[in-house]
Design a protein around this ligand. Structure first.
Ligand code: PLP
Length: 410
Protein backbone atom coordinates (compact mmCIF):
# COMPACT_ATOMS: atom_id res chain seq x y z
CA UNK A 1 0.00 0.00 0.00
CA UNK A 2 1.35 3.42 -0.98
CA UNK A 3 2.52 5.74 1.79
CA UNK A 4 0.19 8.65 2.60
CA UNK A 5 1.13 12.08 1.35
CA UNK A 6 1.74 13.86 4.66
CA UNK A 7 3.96 16.58 3.25
CA UNK A 8 1.87 19.53 4.44
CA UNK A 9 1.47 17.96 7.90
CA UNK A 10 5.22 17.44 8.22
CA UNK A 11 6.01 20.92 6.93
CA UNK A 12 3.62 22.45 9.47
CA UNK A 13 5.04 20.27 12.26
CA UNK A 14 8.55 21.53 11.45
CA UNK A 15 7.23 25.12 11.74
CA UNK A 16 5.46 24.30 15.01
CA UNK A 17 8.59 22.71 16.50
CA UNK A 18 10.36 26.07 16.27
CA UNK A 19 7.62 27.83 18.23
CA UNK A 20 5.86 25.31 20.48
CA UNK A 21 7.65 22.88 22.83
CA UNK A 22 7.92 19.56 20.94
CA UNK A 23 5.75 20.95 18.12
CA UNK A 24 2.64 19.39 19.60
CA UNK A 25 2.90 18.72 23.32
CA UNK A 26 1.38 15.84 25.26
CA UNK A 27 0.00 12.57 23.89
CA UNK A 28 -1.20 14.20 20.67
CA UNK A 29 2.41 14.43 19.49
CA UNK A 30 2.43 12.24 16.35
CA UNK A 31 5.70 10.60 17.43
CA UNK A 32 3.73 9.10 20.30
CA UNK A 33 1.75 7.10 17.71
CA UNK A 34 3.70 5.75 14.74
CA UNK A 35 6.58 8.17 14.04
CA UNK A 36 6.46 9.68 10.56
CA UNK A 37 3.32 7.86 9.50
CA UNK A 38 0.57 9.84 11.22
CA UNK A 39 -0.89 13.20 10.26
CA UNK A 40 0.13 16.05 12.55
CA UNK A 41 -2.71 18.48 11.87
CA UNK A 42 -6.33 18.16 10.86
CA UNK A 43 -8.19 20.54 8.60
CA UNK A 44 -11.77 19.51 9.33
CA UNK A 45 -13.97 16.91 10.93
CA UNK A 46 -17.28 15.37 9.98
CA UNK A 47 -19.01 13.01 12.45
CA UNK A 48 -16.72 9.93 12.77
CA UNK A 49 -14.32 11.20 10.11
CA UNK A 50 -11.42 13.65 10.03
CA UNK A 51 -9.57 15.20 7.09
CA UNK A 52 -5.94 16.20 7.58
CA UNK A 53 -4.19 19.24 6.14
CA UNK A 54 -3.00 17.17 3.14
CA UNK A 55 -6.59 16.16 2.35
CA UNK A 56 -6.34 12.54 3.59
CA UNK A 57 -9.56 11.33 5.18
CA UNK A 58 -9.68 8.99 8.18
CA UNK A 59 -12.24 7.11 10.21
CA UNK A 60 -11.09 8.55 13.52
CA UNK A 61 -11.20 6.07 16.41
CA UNK A 62 -9.45 8.41 18.84
CA UNK A 63 -12.40 10.83 18.81
CA UNK A 64 -10.33 13.68 20.21
CA UNK A 65 -9.16 11.34 22.98
CA UNK A 66 -12.77 10.70 23.91
CA UNK A 67 -14.23 14.21 23.75
CA UNK A 68 -16.05 13.54 20.48
CA UNK A 69 -18.97 11.35 21.48
CA UNK A 70 -21.73 12.36 19.04
CA UNK A 71 -19.54 13.05 16.01
CA UNK A 72 -17.43 16.04 14.96
CA UNK A 73 -19.46 19.12 14.01
CA UNK A 74 -22.71 17.69 15.33
CA UNK A 75 -25.32 20.05 13.84
CA UNK A 76 -27.59 20.30 16.90
CA UNK A 77 -24.74 20.91 19.34
CA UNK A 78 -23.09 23.48 17.09
CA UNK A 79 -26.45 25.22 16.63
CA UNK A 80 -26.94 25.36 20.42
CA UNK A 81 -23.51 27.00 20.71
CA UNK A 82 -24.29 29.48 17.92
CA UNK A 83 -27.56 30.39 19.66
CA UNK A 84 -25.66 30.95 22.89
CA UNK A 85 -23.04 33.06 21.12
CA UNK A 86 -25.77 35.29 19.74
CA UNK A 87 -26.46 36.30 23.36
CA UNK A 88 -22.93 36.16 24.77
CA UNK A 89 -20.54 33.64 26.23
CA UNK A 90 -18.06 34.65 28.88
CA UNK A 91 -19.47 37.66 30.67
CA UNK A 92 -18.90 39.37 34.00
CA UNK A 93 -21.58 37.27 35.65
CA UNK A 94 -22.32 33.66 34.73
CA UNK A 95 -25.21 33.30 32.33
CA UNK A 96 -28.50 31.46 32.83
CA UNK A 97 -26.94 28.25 31.48
CA UNK A 98 -25.03 27.91 34.76
CA UNK A 99 -28.18 27.15 36.75
CA UNK A 100 -29.82 25.18 33.95
CA UNK A 101 -26.82 22.85 33.65
CA UNK A 102 -26.50 22.45 37.43
CA UNK A 103 -30.18 21.48 37.59
CA UNK A 104 -29.94 19.19 34.57
CA UNK A 105 -26.98 17.29 36.01
CA UNK A 106 -28.39 16.96 39.51
CA UNK A 107 -31.83 15.93 38.18
CA UNK A 108 -30.36 13.23 35.95
CA UNK A 109 -27.44 11.88 37.96
CA UNK A 110 -28.33 9.82 41.03
CA UNK A 111 -25.12 10.67 42.92
CA UNK A 112 -25.06 14.37 42.08
CA UNK A 113 -26.51 16.58 44.81
CA UNK A 114 -24.43 19.56 43.66
CA UNK A 115 -21.90 20.42 40.92
CA UNK A 116 -18.98 22.69 40.07
CA UNK A 117 -17.84 23.62 36.56
CA UNK A 118 -14.37 23.93 35.08
CA UNK A 119 -12.58 23.35 31.77
CA UNK A 120 -10.29 20.31 32.00
CA UNK A 121 -10.23 17.03 33.85
CA UNK A 122 -7.15 18.09 35.78
CA UNK A 123 -9.00 21.13 37.19
CA UNK A 124 -11.62 18.98 38.84
CA UNK A 125 -9.53 15.98 39.94
CA UNK A 126 -7.21 18.38 41.77
CA UNK A 127 -10.10 20.31 43.29
CA UNK A 128 -11.69 17.07 44.54
CA UNK A 129 -8.51 16.06 46.36
CA UNK A 130 -8.59 19.42 48.18
CA UNK A 131 -12.28 19.07 49.02
CA UNK A 132 -11.48 15.63 50.44
CA UNK A 133 -8.71 17.15 52.57
CA UNK A 134 -11.09 19.71 53.99
CA UNK A 135 -13.74 17.08 54.68
CA UNK A 136 -11.40 14.63 56.43
CA UNK A 137 -8.79 17.03 57.83
CA UNK A 138 -6.19 14.60 56.45
CA UNK A 139 -3.71 15.03 53.61
CA UNK A 140 -2.60 11.96 51.70
CA UNK A 141 -4.18 10.67 48.49
CA UNK A 142 -4.22 6.98 47.54
CA UNK A 143 -4.27 6.25 43.82
CA UNK A 144 -3.59 3.19 41.66
CA UNK A 145 -0.05 2.97 40.27
CA UNK A 146 0.06 4.14 36.68
CA UNK A 147 -3.40 5.71 36.67
CA UNK A 148 -3.76 9.06 34.94
CA UNK A 149 -5.68 11.81 36.74
CA UNK A 150 -4.27 14.82 34.89
CA UNK A 151 -1.17 16.95 34.58
CA UNK A 152 -1.23 18.85 37.88
CA UNK A 153 1.81 18.53 40.11
CA UNK A 154 0.35 16.05 42.62
CA UNK A 155 -0.35 13.38 39.98
CA UNK A 156 1.56 14.21 36.79
CA UNK A 157 3.13 10.97 35.52
CA UNK A 158 6.36 12.63 34.38
CA UNK A 159 7.70 14.62 37.30
CA UNK A 160 10.42 16.63 35.56
CA UNK A 161 10.33 20.12 37.07
CA UNK A 162 7.97 19.18 39.88
CA UNK A 163 9.35 19.53 43.41
CA UNK A 164 9.18 16.30 45.40
CA UNK A 165 6.96 17.79 48.06
CA UNK A 166 4.24 18.44 45.46
CA UNK A 167 3.63 14.76 44.82
CA UNK A 168 5.01 13.12 47.95
CA UNK A 169 1.51 13.21 49.49
CA UNK A 170 0.38 10.55 47.02
CA UNK A 171 0.66 6.87 47.86
CA UNK A 172 -0.04 3.98 45.51
CA UNK A 173 -1.68 0.60 45.41
CA UNK A 174 -2.31 -1.89 42.63
CA UNK A 175 -5.66 -1.40 40.83
CA UNK A 176 -8.05 -4.33 41.29
CA UNK A 177 -5.87 -5.93 43.96
CA UNK A 178 -8.01 -5.88 47.10
CA UNK A 179 -5.11 -7.06 49.30
CA UNK A 180 -2.89 -4.25 48.02
CA UNK A 181 -5.72 -1.77 48.69
CA UNK A 182 -6.25 -3.07 52.24
CA UNK A 183 -2.52 -2.98 52.93
CA UNK A 184 -2.17 0.63 51.76
CA UNK A 185 -5.22 1.76 53.72
CA UNK A 186 -4.00 -0.07 56.82
CA UNK A 187 -0.63 1.64 56.59
CA UNK A 188 -1.87 5.18 55.88
CA UNK A 189 -5.43 5.25 57.25
CA UNK A 190 -4.78 8.06 59.71
CA UNK A 191 -3.34 10.25 56.94
CA UNK A 192 -5.56 9.35 53.97
CA UNK A 193 -7.96 12.04 52.78
CA UNK A 194 -9.05 10.25 49.59
CA UNK A 195 -8.88 7.21 47.39
CA UNK A 196 -9.11 8.29 43.75
CA UNK A 197 -9.91 5.70 41.09
CA UNK A 198 -10.88 5.53 37.45
CA UNK A 199 -14.02 3.39 36.91
CA UNK A 200 -11.90 0.72 35.20
CA UNK A 201 -8.17 0.42 34.69
CA UNK A 202 -7.49 2.10 31.35
CA UNK A 203 -3.81 2.91 31.21
CA UNK A 204 -1.64 3.32 28.13
CA UNK A 205 0.39 0.24 27.14
CA UNK A 206 -1.96 -2.07 29.13
CA UNK A 207 -5.03 -4.14 28.48
CA UNK A 208 -8.09 -2.58 30.06
CA UNK A 209 -9.13 -4.21 33.35
CA UNK A 210 -12.70 -4.07 34.55
CA UNK A 211 -13.09 -3.85 38.34
CA UNK A 212 -13.09 -7.30 39.94
CA UNK A 213 -16.06 -8.50 41.98
CA UNK A 214 -16.11 -6.93 45.39
CA UNK A 215 -13.52 -4.26 44.54
CA UNK A 216 -15.85 -1.28 44.85
CA UNK A 217 -17.59 -2.71 47.93
CA UNK A 218 -14.21 -2.94 49.62
CA UNK A 219 -13.29 0.61 48.59
CA UNK A 220 -16.57 1.90 50.07
CA UNK A 221 -16.18 -0.15 53.25
CA UNK A 222 -12.63 1.06 53.87
CA UNK A 223 -13.61 4.67 53.17
CA UNK A 224 -16.50 4.46 55.64
CA UNK A 225 -14.40 2.77 58.31
CA UNK A 226 -11.52 5.22 58.16
CA UNK A 227 -13.08 8.57 57.21
CA UNK A 228 -11.66 8.59 53.67
CA UNK A 229 -13.37 10.23 50.68
CA UNK A 230 -13.89 8.07 47.59
CA UNK A 231 -13.33 10.06 44.36
CA UNK A 232 -14.33 8.41 41.09
CA UNK A 233 -12.48 9.93 38.14
CA UNK A 234 -14.97 9.35 35.32
CA UNK A 235 -13.37 11.90 32.96
CA UNK A 236 -12.61 9.38 30.21
CA UNK A 237 -15.49 6.90 30.50
CA UNK A 238 -18.40 9.20 31.26
CA UNK A 239 -21.43 8.95 28.98
CA UNK A 240 -19.95 6.08 26.93
CA UNK A 241 -21.09 3.43 29.42
CA UNK A 242 -24.19 4.71 31.21
CA UNK A 243 -26.02 8.03 31.19
CA UNK A 244 -26.39 8.08 34.98
CA UNK A 245 -22.63 7.65 35.43
CA UNK A 246 -20.01 4.90 35.27
CA UNK A 247 -20.51 4.52 39.02
CA UNK A 248 -23.98 3.12 38.27
CA UNK A 249 -22.56 0.91 35.52
CA UNK A 250 -19.99 -0.67 37.83
CA UNK A 251 -21.93 -0.43 41.10
CA UNK A 252 -19.47 1.98 42.76
CA UNK A 253 -20.59 4.43 45.44
CA UNK A 254 -18.22 7.39 45.38
CA UNK A 255 -18.55 10.62 47.36
CA UNK A 256 -17.14 12.82 44.59
CA UNK A 257 -17.12 12.24 40.83
CA UNK A 258 -15.30 14.03 38.03
CA UNK A 259 -16.60 14.08 34.45
CA UNK A 260 -15.49 15.85 31.27
CA UNK A 261 -14.46 14.68 27.78
CA UNK A 262 -17.64 13.47 25.97
CA UNK A 263 -20.13 15.53 28.01
CA UNK A 264 -20.16 18.52 25.63
CA UNK A 265 -19.03 16.83 22.41
CA UNK A 266 -15.67 18.59 22.36
CA UNK A 267 -16.61 21.97 23.83
CA UNK A 268 -14.37 22.67 26.82
CA UNK A 269 -16.05 21.86 30.10
CA UNK A 270 -15.47 19.54 33.04
CA UNK A 271 -17.55 18.99 36.14
CA UNK A 272 -17.15 17.63 39.63
CA UNK A 273 -20.24 16.53 41.47
CA UNK A 274 -20.79 15.09 44.88
CA UNK A 275 -23.13 13.82 47.52
CA UNK A 276 -24.78 16.00 50.14
CA UNK A 277 -22.22 15.05 52.78
CA UNK A 278 -19.44 16.68 50.72
CA UNK A 279 -21.30 19.97 50.16
CA UNK A 280 -19.97 21.79 53.26
CA UNK A 281 -16.35 21.00 52.33
CA UNK A 282 -17.04 21.95 48.70
CA UNK A 283 -18.12 25.41 49.82
CA UNK A 284 -14.81 25.99 51.59
CA UNK A 285 -12.33 25.09 48.82
CA UNK A 286 -11.44 28.01 46.58
CA UNK A 287 -12.17 27.43 42.93
CA UNK A 288 -12.06 29.80 40.00
CA UNK A 289 -10.76 30.12 36.47
CA UNK A 290 -11.56 32.96 34.10
CA UNK A 291 -13.11 30.66 31.51
CA UNK A 292 -14.86 28.31 33.96
CA UNK A 293 -17.89 30.62 33.73
CA UNK A 294 -18.16 30.51 29.94
CA UNK A 295 -21.69 29.79 28.71
CA UNK A 296 -21.07 28.24 25.26
CA UNK A 297 -19.67 24.96 26.61
CA UNK A 298 -22.59 24.85 29.04
CA UNK A 299 -25.02 25.26 26.14
CA UNK A 300 -23.11 22.52 24.31
CA UNK A 301 -23.29 20.26 27.38
CA UNK A 302 -27.05 20.79 27.82
CA UNK A 303 -27.63 19.88 24.17
CA UNK A 304 -25.17 16.95 24.13
CA UNK A 305 -26.53 15.43 27.33
CA UNK A 306 -30.11 15.58 26.11
CA UNK A 307 -29.12 13.90 22.84
CA UNK A 308 -27.31 11.17 24.78
CA UNK A 309 -30.36 10.71 27.01
CA UNK A 310 -32.99 10.61 24.26
CA UNK A 311 -31.34 9.42 21.04
CA UNK A 312 -29.94 6.01 21.97
CA UNK A 313 -26.31 7.17 21.88
CA UNK A 314 -25.02 4.74 24.51
CA UNK A 315 -26.69 1.76 22.80
CA UNK A 316 -25.31 2.89 19.46
CA UNK A 317 -21.69 3.20 20.57
CA UNK A 318 -21.95 -0.13 22.35
CA UNK A 319 -23.41 -1.89 19.28
CA UNK A 320 -20.84 -0.37 16.91
CA UNK A 321 -18.10 -1.35 19.35
CA UNK A 322 -19.38 -4.93 19.48
CA UNK A 323 -19.40 -5.10 15.70
CA UNK A 324 -15.86 -3.77 15.56
CA UNK A 325 -14.71 -6.26 18.22
CA UNK A 326 -16.32 -9.27 16.53
CA UNK A 327 -15.01 -8.29 13.10
CA UNK A 328 -11.48 -7.66 14.31
CA UNK A 329 -11.26 -10.91 16.26
CA UNK A 330 -12.47 -12.83 13.21
CA UNK A 331 -10.07 -11.17 10.78
CA UNK A 332 -7.17 -11.59 13.22
CA UNK A 333 -7.90 -15.30 13.56
CA UNK A 334 -8.15 -15.73 9.80
CA UNK A 335 -4.60 -14.36 9.65
CA UNK A 336 -3.35 -16.67 12.39
CA UNK A 337 -3.13 -13.81 14.94
CA UNK A 338 -4.27 -13.98 18.52
CA UNK A 339 -5.47 -10.63 19.80
CA UNK A 340 -6.65 -9.60 23.21
CA UNK A 341 -9.65 -7.29 23.04
CA UNK A 342 -10.31 -5.61 26.37
CA UNK A 343 -12.59 -2.93 27.75
CA UNK A 344 -16.27 -2.20 27.18
CA UNK A 345 -17.26 -2.14 23.48
CA UNK A 346 -17.36 1.68 23.29
CA UNK A 347 -13.85 2.06 24.81
CA UNK A 348 -11.84 -0.86 23.47
CA UNK A 349 -8.16 -1.69 23.60
CA UNK A 350 -6.41 -4.24 21.41
CA UNK A 351 -3.11 -6.02 21.94
CA UNK A 352 -1.52 -8.71 19.83
CA UNK A 353 -0.32 -11.80 21.69
CA UNK A 354 3.47 -12.02 21.77
CA UNK A 355 3.96 -8.39 20.75
CA UNK A 356 6.96 -7.11 22.65
CA UNK A 357 7.20 -3.34 23.09
CA UNK A 358 4.07 -2.80 20.96
CA UNK A 359 6.11 -3.14 17.75
CA UNK A 360 3.47 -5.20 15.99
CA UNK A 361 0.73 -2.83 17.14
CA UNK A 362 2.69 0.04 15.62
CA UNK A 363 3.12 -1.89 12.37
CA UNK A 364 -0.59 -2.72 12.38
CA UNK A 365 -1.63 0.89 13.05
CA UNK A 366 0.90 2.12 10.46
CA UNK A 367 -0.84 -0.04 7.84
CA UNK A 368 -4.30 1.04 9.02
CA UNK A 369 -3.57 4.76 8.80
CA UNK A 370 -2.47 4.31 5.17
CA UNK A 371 -5.92 2.82 4.56
CA UNK A 372 -7.71 5.73 6.20
CA UNK A 373 -8.24 4.26 9.68
CA UNK A 374 -6.90 6.30 12.61
CA UNK A 375 -6.16 4.03 15.58
CA UNK A 376 -3.61 4.33 18.37
CA UNK A 377 -0.99 1.63 18.91
CA UNK A 378 -0.91 1.81 22.71
CA UNK A 379 -3.87 3.85 23.96
CA UNK A 380 -7.49 2.72 24.14
CA UNK A 381 -9.73 3.69 21.21
CA UNK A 382 -13.13 5.40 21.32
CA UNK A 383 -16.33 4.78 19.40
CA UNK A 384 -18.61 7.74 18.71
CA UNK A 385 -22.22 7.88 17.58
CA UNK A 386 -21.03 9.57 14.38
CA UNK A 387 -19.37 6.32 13.28
CA UNK A 388 -21.40 4.17 10.92
CA UNK A 389 -21.63 0.47 10.15
CA UNK A 390 -19.80 1.29 6.91
CA UNK A 391 -16.94 2.76 8.95
CA UNK A 392 -16.73 -0.44 10.96
CA UNK A 393 -16.85 -2.62 7.82
CA UNK A 394 -14.13 -0.53 6.21
CA UNK A 395 -12.02 -0.86 9.35
CA UNK A 396 -12.38 -4.63 9.52
CA UNK A 397 -11.55 -4.89 5.81
CA UNK A 398 -8.40 -2.79 6.29
CA UNK A 399 -7.44 -4.88 9.32
CA UNK A 400 -6.98 -7.88 7.03
CA UNK A 401 -4.07 -6.04 5.43
CA UNK A 402 -2.87 -4.83 8.84
CA UNK A 403 -2.68 -8.34 10.28
CA UNK A 404 -0.92 -9.59 7.14
CA UNK A 405 1.79 -6.98 7.74
CA UNK A 406 2.12 -8.19 11.34
CA UNK A 407 2.35 -11.81 10.16
CA UNK A 408 5.19 -10.81 7.86
CA UNK A 409 7.16 -9.61 10.88
CA UNK A 410 6.79 -12.83 12.87
C1 PLP B 1 -9.15 9.44 33.69
C2 PLP B 1 -8.65 10.80 33.38
N1 PLP B 1 -8.57 11.70 34.36
C3 PLP B 1 -8.13 12.95 34.15
C4 PLP B 1 -7.74 13.33 32.89
C5 PLP B 1 -7.23 14.72 32.68
O1 PLP B 1 -8.14 15.42 31.92
P1 PLP B 1 -7.68 16.71 31.09
O2 PLP B 1 -6.73 16.23 30.04
O3 PLP B 1 -8.96 17.25 30.53
O4 PLP B 1 -7.04 17.64 32.07
C6 PLP B 1 -7.79 12.42 31.83
C7 PLP B 1 -7.34 12.80 30.49
O5 PLP B 1 -7.12 12.00 29.63
C8 PLP B 1 -8.25 11.12 32.08
O6 PLP B 1 -8.32 10.21 31.10
Amino acid sequence: MAELDLSKSHEMFARAEKLVPNGIFGPRNPNFMVPGQYPCFYREGNMGHAIDVDGNEYVDFMCSFGANLLGYRHPKVDEAVREQMSRGGLMTMPMDRWVELAEYLTDNTPLADWVIFAKNGSDVTTWCTNAARVHTKKKKILMASGSYHGFHSWCVPITTGVPNEHHSGVVNFEYNNIKSLQKAVDKYKDELAAIILTPMRHEVFSDIELPVDGFYDEVRKLCDEHNIVFILDDIRCCYRLQFEGSSEYFGAKPDLVTIGKGMANGYPISVAYGTEKMFPAAKQVYFSGTHFYSAQPMAAALCTLEIIRTEGVIDKVRELGEKLRDGMIEVAESNGQKIKWSGPPAIPFMTIEGDSGFQWSRAFCGEMIKRGIFLHPHHNWFICAGHTEDDINKTVEAADAGFKVVKGLQ
